[in-house]
Write a new protein. Structure first.
Length: 390
């Protein structure tokens, strides 16, 4: 979409927000010449990350996608295997399944959390058991900072003996029943991409309580070199490790994570309070026992009530130099995954398709001023009034 000319500063969906302390760690890395991958910043970032998540260990890598791929390898996923995955998510959640040569099967959302439906998962596992083709893993995504119904999902997966990978790329800082997002499955995955709640520019983290497997991941991520005085390799490795420079940025960012969560949550409350008078708009609420980091403020709109379509409102915001987006297009509808099996929440009721048709992501940057948020709110209110000549 071409940018409409405007004198107003652009408001991005979720831009990076530096703490001001990143340069200190970068300077130390330059002064000590720890410019190559690995180094003391990586070790410290891993230590602090696992302490925050409440897991026994972690491995810093160059992307959340790499972390998912490593988790699949550690769970022995290979060609011909099946992996279940949330359908309402970014494609990076499922691409590593293809890297491993396995087949993705997509699971619908429930309307409460927007995340993996326990009903759909149970039906899918029941059918897989009948076919003697249980998945090697289930990738559960915590969307937009909201935790999935992990107590139910974990119970179902344990019943069938299937391990869980938590894709917590969007939910670092969120909690469910007192546990940190990413700490409840066999593996948890975080992303530090530029649009995430904290960023290292690019990067990710694999966390787990299985320290033996984490050591395997650390080796695989560094080209799987064997402990010989010469270069020796017995298995395929990957160039997935995080650099010492980016890890330094991560240490500084992690120090302000709780502040960033508070800022995201405050943005959500202000949007909700300011737009509550518009009938037909419903904000995504937290499910019982959860605390969302509110990575993005999301809502659904009933066009028959509001008189506004999601795509039309996105265009109206863009004309004012404001970035907003549809929520993720379900992966079972993507051409890339045409023909893959899909289990809906209930028969003939695809919740994820409904959410995609009616869902909107609003600008949610933690460095967003009240005046900038007011600009977003004003556009939405104006569009609503125009539709009904109010």
């Amino acid at each position: 979409m071409a940018l409409i000319s405007t004198s107003e500063k652009r408001i991005y969906l979720s831009p990076p927000h530096m703490s001001g302390h990143e340069q200190q760690y970068l300077n130390e890395a330059f002064e000590t010449n720890w410019i190559a991958p690995l180094g003391p910043n990586v070790d410290e970032f891993e230590r602090r990350m696992s302490a925050y998540a409440g897991t026994k260990g972690s491995v810093a890598v160059n992307s959340g996608t790499a972390a998912i791929h490593l988790a699949l390898i550690l769970l022995n996923v290979s060609k011909g295997d099946v992996v279940f995955c949330s359908t309402l998510t970014f494609v990076a959640s499922a691409n590593p399944i293809v890297y491993a040569g396995a087949e993705p099967v997509f699971i619908d959302s429930d309307a409460d959390s927007w995340n993996m439906s326990p009903q759909a998962l149970e039906r899918a596992l029941y059918e897989a058991k009948k076919k003697n083709k249980l998945p090697k893993a289930v990738i559960i995504v915590h969307l937009y900072g909201q935790s999935a119904k992990m107590h139910e999902l974990v119970s179902i997966c344990r019943h069938y003996g299937v391990p869980i990978i938590e894709d917590a790329a969007e939910s670092l800082g969120s909690e469910y029943m007192g546990q940190k997002s990413g700490s409840m499955g066999e593996f948890g995955v975080y992303s530090f991409n530029g649009n995430k709640i904290i960023t290292t520019s690019g990067g990710g983290m694999l966390v787990s309580n299985d320290t033996d497997r984490l050591e395997q991941a650390r080796n695989l991520a560094a080209q799987a070199r064997e402990p010989f005085p010469h270069y020796q390799h017995q298995k395929t490795g990957y160039n997935y490790r995080m650099s010492n420079l980016l890890a330094g940025i991560g240490i500084a960012q992690l120090g302000v994570l709780d502040d960033r969560v508070a800022a995201k949550r405050a943005l959500f409350v202000r949007y909700k309070e300011s737009l509550r008078s518009i009938e037909g708009i419903q904000f995504a609420d937290e499910i019982s026992g959860s605390r969302s980091n509110r990575w993005l403020t999301t809502l659904i709109m009933d066009e028959t009530v509001t008189g506004m379509s999601v795509s039309g409102l996105i265009v109206a915001l863009e004309k004012e130099n404001i970035e907003a987006r549809h929520i993720w297009k379900p992966l079972h509808t993507q051409p890339l995954f045409k023909g893959c099996e899909y289990f809906s929440h209930r028969e003939e009721e695809s919740v994820s398709d409904q959410l995609f048709a009616t869902g909107l992501c609003l600008p949610s940057g933690t460095n967003m001023s009240e005046a900038e948020q007011d600009r977003v709110i004003e556009v939405i209110q104006t569009q609503y009034k125009l539709r009904f000549n109010k």
